[in-house]
Ligand binder design. Structure first.
Ligand code: FAD
Length: 317
């Protein structure tokens, strides 16, 4: 079922999760073990992230270094199919521009369509660690907007081969990312929301936000979006802070702020166990306030920690 229809049909705030594919070499069992404890809360959908290649230098005989490309977390498509099959829940693969030509993207979307996947989250992807900024693949897309356009075209039966006649249209519900604290590369929030509006106008039907720890930032973001004629559902993304280290790591990686009250509480914690308790309580309070404000769904970035997500879901749903 299309995610927008699931949201439309629901009278209450829904629960959903994002999971990461396991590290290469681990079995699908590790995915089931992280989802099983959360199934009791009936997730409306499960997002599966996509992780592109990284480059590492391997020492070879003679002392020279060889640059090797590795993908540490492959398996997004297979995991989506396995989740749909085992749990009968919508799985949403993340599709990124980085590392893909348009043709490879088209072929991947054909595979997903054959597997019965109806929802995709269209993203640009970040730059790989060895590049100073995002470099599109030759023959690939520069922005998520171009990816949304390609998927929207396929939904109209327009594939890359212009001579192809009577192609079966796909029927994807397309989601895109939004940033309550603006995307770090964009000069200002106004422009970021104008670019977001372009993705909606091109066919995206819902927005999932980057994590935030201050609900006011989310409410302000929703207001700016509505003021710019963006009327699709906006789903807040929530991350539970689970260690002392995350106080500095999360702002560095995700370009977000952590409020002073939460920072002080975490700094006063003696260990990670205490920090996790503080993080869970904070997220419960955030979640309850968002539900009070009638958000369509609460989307939790589990990042492999289903225990903390379960503690929050138990208190909230
Ligand atoms: P875009 O919408 O393309 O925006 C990128 C930047 O370009 C922004 O600064 C925007 O303001 C600017 N911009 C947009 N259009 C234009 C234009 N026409 N001209 C000039 N500038 C423009 N990354 C992964 O690799 N895998 C994942 O699975 C993944 N999942 C994510 C899930 C969510 C909910 C979120 C919020 C992020 C996720 N990311 C993931 C990270 C994401 O790929 C990065 O944040 C990336 O840097 C931007 O992606 P985007 O789709 O927002 O890009």
């Amino acid at each position: 079922m299309k995610l927008v229809d699931i949201l439309k049909e629901s009278k209450k705030t829904l629960f959903s999760i994002e999971i990461l594919p396991p590290l290469k070499g681990k079995s699908i069992q590790s995915i089931y073990e992280s989802i099983d404890p959360l199934m009791e809360f009936k997730p409306a959908f499960v997002d599966v992230t996509y992780h592109r290649e990284e480059y590492v230098y391997k020492k070879r005989p003679g002392g020279y270094l060889e640059k090797v490309s590795i993908r540490k977390r492959p398996g997004t498509v297979g995991i989506c199919a396995a989740i749909m099959n085992k749990y009968n829940v919508e799985a949403v693969p993340h599709i990124i521009c980085g590392g893909f030509t348009k043709e490879e993207t088209e072929n991947a979307l054909i595979d997903l369509n054959f597997l019965g996947i109806q929802n995709v989250l269209a993203l640009r992807g970040d730059s790989i660690k060895t590049e100073p900024s995002f470099i599109p693949e030759p023959g690939g897309h520069s922005y998520a907007l171009d990816l949304v356009k390609q998927i929207s075209n396929m939904n109209k039966g327009i594939y890359l081969d212009e001579e192809m006649k009577d192609a079966t249209p796909t029927n994807y519900c397309i989601g895109v990312a939004g940033y309550p604290e603006k995307h770090f590369e964009c000069p200002n929030m106004e422009l970021d929301v104008l670019f977001l509006k372009q993705k909606i106008d091109a066919g995206a039907e819902y927005i999932v936000t980057q994590m935030f720890f201050d609900n006011k930032k989310f409410y302000d973001f929703v207001k700016i979006c509505r003021d710019h004629d963006i009327h699709v559902p906006i789903i807040p993304g929530l991350k539970i802070l689970t260690s002392k280290k995350q106080l500095t790591l999360l702002p560095k990686v995700f370009h977000i702020d952590i409020p002073i009250e939460l920072s002080k509480e975490v700094m006063n914690c003696k260990n990670d166990e205490e920090a996790k308790k503080v993080g869970i309580e904070w997220c419960i309070a955030q979640s309850k306030d968002l539900i009070k404000n009638q958000v369509p769904c609460l989307h939790y970035y589990t990042m492999g920690n289903s225990e903390a997500t379960r503690a929050v879901a138990k208190a909230v749903f």
